[in-house]
Design a protein around this ligand. Structure first.
Ligand code: NAD
Ligand code: ISE
Length: 338
């Protein structure tokens, strides 16, 4: 069976995913595209033979759309996800699921009432081979109980439109999700400290930031978010346990020895760093739909948790205080205690 996908939002990542679904993932075809910028929708749709539709509602309602991909701006996600749930169609939503906890809870309520999981959130790090190895080691007990996790999330530069709150909402959101999954634990408090700011930033931006999270089991996580580090796109993660530690591998790269030096390349963007993870994420999503299975990837509950924790982190940045995340208890529908 070919899964026919309708795409809402044909910007940077929408176009990437349209190409991926067309050329890399078997069993999928993009049949409809929309964007509030019609020219952009046309540019993305024409090469893959998809029709351009006027808006998200039309894409979701289309007879030749079996599943929906939401890659529009964050504040528009909730509306599209809720419409897809109402139509009973599987929906993959790029992060964030929604920009407010209230909207995430509306999605959770709608999906729960539907009675079957339809929503998957685009936290692709869970599909990265290195993070999967890290999880296997932690789950195996080889390093004992995890105690501390040291992380860094570095981007070479960001545009002037990137604001200080985006360090949590847009960037650290990936660590928030992947660490909850890696540790099988919940983040209960968050704090932000700001070291000396880099001169390589736009003046309005607090960069770098150090985020400090505490989990329900007492694990302490420090995360450096540095989005103007200049030298490359660099993701680091090291979990320290009672009996050992495990570190995320750097992407494979040849070592070149020449002119008295030994060099290995550092990647410069997330597109290259997580290309394989995105491919695996979409292969598994499409295969699940083709087999009529519920999605197994990050759920609406994970999307809710990420939005609550990153919003609390913005509050921590702005107030200078330690902020409790105050998540609601996880419903049984999402694997919580009944
Ligand atoms: P972008 O601005 O390049 O593209 C967004 C597109 O959505 C634009 O073309 C815009 O015109 C369109 N749009 C906005 N509202 C719409 C609506 N209501 N209906 C139809 N189209 C609409 O942004 P982007 O970088 O592609 O990011 C899109 C989403 O993907 C964001 O939520 C972002 O956080 C997420 N993202 C995820 C990752 C990742 O690593 N998983 C990386 C980048 C972006
Ligand atoms: C971007 O939206 C992403 O999701 C990237 O993975 C992240 O590295 C970057 O900081 C964000 O702006």
């Amino acid at each position: 069976m070919t899964v026919r996908v309708g795409v809402i939002g044909a910007g940077w990542i929408g176009k990437e995913h349209i190409q991926r679904l067309t050329h890399t993932v078997t069993g999928a075809r993009v049949t409809a595209v929309t964007d509030i910028d019609a020219a952009r929708a046309e540019e993305a749709a024409a090469p893959v033979g998809a029709q351009v539709l006027p808006d998200g509602a039309a894409v979701i309602a289309a007879d030749d759309v079996d599943a929906v991909l939401v890659t529009s701006w964050g504040p528009t996600h909730a509306e599209h996800v809720l419409t897809a749930i109402a139509a009973g169609k599987p929906v993959f939503c790029e992060k964030p699921l929604a920009t407010t906890a209230e909207d995430c809870l509306r999605i959770i309520e709608a999906e729960t009432a539907h009675g079957r999981r339809l929503v998957q959130v685009g936290f692709m790090r869970r599909y990265d081979a290195g993070y999967r190895q890290l999880k296997q080691v932690i789950d195996s007990g080889r390093i004992g109980q995890p105690l501390i996790v040291h992380c860094a999330h570095r981007n070479p530069t960001v545009p002037e439109s990137y604001t200080s709150d985006m360090a949590a909402l847009d960037t650290a959101v990936h660590e928030v999700d992947v660490l909850r999954w890696l540790l099988d634990d919940e983040i209960v408090s968050t704090q932000v400290v700001t070291p000396r700011a880099t001169s390589k930033r736009f003046a309005h931006l607090k960069d770098p930031q150090i985020m400090l999270f505490e989990t329900a089991k007492g694990v302490r996580i420090d995360l450096e978010v540095f989005v103007n580090c200049q030298y490359g796109y660099d993701i680091q993660c090291e979990a320290v346990g009672e009996e050992g530690l495990v570190r995320l591998p750097d992407p494979a790269a040849v070592g070149v020895r020449s002119a008295g030096q030994h060099n290995t390349e550092v990647l410069t963007d997330w597109v290259g760093r997580f290309a394989d993870a995105f491919n695996t994420e979409f292969r598994e999503w499409i295969a699940g739909i083709a087999a009529d299975n519920e999605p197994t990837g990050p759920s609406a509950w994970d999307g809710y948790a990420a939005t609550v924790i990153t919003s609390a982190t913005v509050e921590a940045l702005e107030s200078g205080h330690v902020i409790a995340t105050d998540l609601k208890p996880r419903p049984a529908f999402y694997g919580g205690a009944a």
